[in-house]
Design a protein around this ligand. Structure first.
Ligand code: NAD
Length: 460
């Protein structure tokens, strides 16, 4: 069996890579376990940091080649990939700083009850992380696991998405070139089947990014293991009556149509206040009509994804939504879909209720901010939301009421340092209050009794 890497701009096969078998996956996990135990976790903190700094150097030197490859197999344009590459690279200094500051913590004990006793909270790596990747941020989304997980002393078995296999394998290769041992950073190749085998294998934690449907399979198959899940989103954008129209229309258009709308935190549902609706819609339409489909929007990843989006749009139009622009695939080679704007007045349509992973902006005109918040929260997803207003007090109060993990005010989609605190709630992920490096560590409590006598209550 092979994984075919395809250029979405023309549908041509670029390469075929042999898929891993179930035996390969289990061997990869065994190797990663031995590498982690044998020496990666045994290195002292500064030695491990030094190796990660080598990796940083190699990745800086190889940036243009990785960006070219990632762009070729995902169809995302090079400047867009390069920007998220830089953002990921900032993770090295950020996570190294956090890791250096992390020390075992003394736990305060009431000496009246715990005489001659002390307690320590230690932070330790999970062991082997099974990392299942996604294609739409082929470098960034890989590094938000690689950097903190490796720093913390874990080894990784990485299965890149079948749509970004070449980039994934290249990153692993560069890690080896930088001196991270082959049995600490191990790759396997394949699609859903290989992912499923990895989830069921004896790894110590799973770090997964992808769809909600796959996330639910993983929850069912993983058994008792920590799960770090970054899942689908259906982000609302709320355009208040006092929004700066230029900022809102340009922000929403980029947040909706870049990467052909294949972004987890894309602005997918727009709730615009009625006072602002005409102005906002006509400026958004103006920008959209001038977008360059090839250079700025880009293709969808596969024909099936494009067909799915087309069906959702056609169903919405058949149910009475007004199509302002787009609404069809571009004829000819590649998987391009025209940037599409719909005015929707039915909250039960698929295009509103579920994530549409494509260049489609659904606009719903609302009477009040309360109504916008209510509709935004009427969703099983809770990844992100954007708010457009010039009134910061109002913005903070809306942010507080939105049931999501990430809120952007007059901004969209920019994450904190290399994915730190980036997470969804509800069905978009397992919400955690922890900074990201802590997700790759477990806590161990160690209680030491310093008394020389056995405790009085012990059997004798
Ligand atoms: P997908 O779930 O189809 O695939 C993601 C990965 O899971 C791939 O590597 C795939 O091979 C693997 N996989 C598929 N079935 C599996 C199974 N049963 N067991 C184990 N692994 C399996 O996702 P996709 O359609 O390629 O990616 C788009 C989705 O990812 C969107 O829903 C998007 O919102 C989401 N996403 C979320 C984030 C986030 O940070 N929350 C970031 C990027 C993308």
């Amino acid at each position: 069996m092979y994984v075919a890497s395809i250029d979405p701009r023309n549908g041509e096969v670029i390469a075929k890579t042999k898929s891993s078998t179930a035996i390969d996956v289990r061997e990869a996990v065994a190797r990663a376990r031995s590498g982690q135990k044998r020496w990666w976790n045994g290195l002292d903190k500064e030695d491990r940091i030094a190796r990660m700094l080598e990796l940083e150097k190699v990745l800086i030197a190889e940036k243009s080649s990785v960006v070219r490859l990632a762009s070729l197999e995902t169809g995302i344009n090079q400047p867009t990939i390069a920007a998220s590459y830089d953002s990921a690279m900032r993770g090295f200094s950020h996570y190294i700083g956090r890791y250096r500051a992390l020390v075992d913590r003394e736990y305060p004990l009431d000496q009246a009850i715990w005489e001659h006793t002390e307690a320590l909270i230690r932070y330790e790596p999970h062991g082997v992380i099974g990392h299942i990747g996604v294609w739409n941020y082929p470098f960034w989304q890989t590094m938000i696991t690689f950097i903190p997980a490796l720093l913390a002393g874990n080894s990784i078995v990485f299965k890149p998405s079948q749509h970004s296999t070449l980039t994934g394998l290249r990153i692993v290769d560069l890690a080896h070139q930088a001196g991270i041992p082959e049995d600490v950073c191990v790759s396997v190749v394949g699609g859903p089947y290989v992912g499923k085998v990895l989830v069921k294998a004896p790894v110590d934690a799973i770090a997964f990014t992808g769809s909600l449907a796959t996330g639910k399979h993983i929850i069912k198959n993983a058994g008792v293991k920590p799960l770090i899940l970054e899942l689908s989103g259906n982000d609302a954008g709320i355009i208040c009556a006092d929004a700066d129209i230029e900022q809102a229309a340009r922000g929403v258009s980029t947040g909706t149509f870049s990467r052909a709308g294949q972004v987890c935190v894309r602005v997918k549902r727009v709730y615009v206040l009625k006072e602002m609706a005409d102005q906002f819609t006509s400026r958004l339409l103006d920008i959209t009509s001038r977008l360059n489909l090839v250079e700025q929007v880009g293709p969808m990843i596969r024909e099936e994804s494009r067909a799915r989006v087309d069906k959702v749009v056609k169903d919405a139009v058949a149910a009475g939504s007004k199509l302002l622009i787009g609404g069809k695939p571009r004829p000819g080679p590649g998987f391009y879909y025209e940037p599409t704007i719909l005015i929707v007045n039915n909250d039960d349509l698929e295009v509103i209720r579920h994530e549409t992973f494509g260049p489609v902006c659904s606009i719903r005109i609302v009477d009040s901010e309360d109504q916008a918040i209510e509709l935004a929260n009427r969703s099983e997803y809770g990844l992100g939301a954007t708010i457009w207003t010039q009134d910061m007090r109002k913005a903070m109060s809306i942010a507080e009421r939105l049931e999501v993990g990430n809120v952007w005010i007059n901004e969209w989609g920019r994450s904190l340092n290399c994915g730190d605190y980036f997470q969804g709630c509800k069905e978009s992920g397992i919400a955690s209050s922890q900074e990201r490096i802590m997700l790759f560590m477990k806590k161990k409590s160690v209680v030491t009794h310093h008394g020389v006598e056995p405790r009085k209550v012990w059997f004798c």
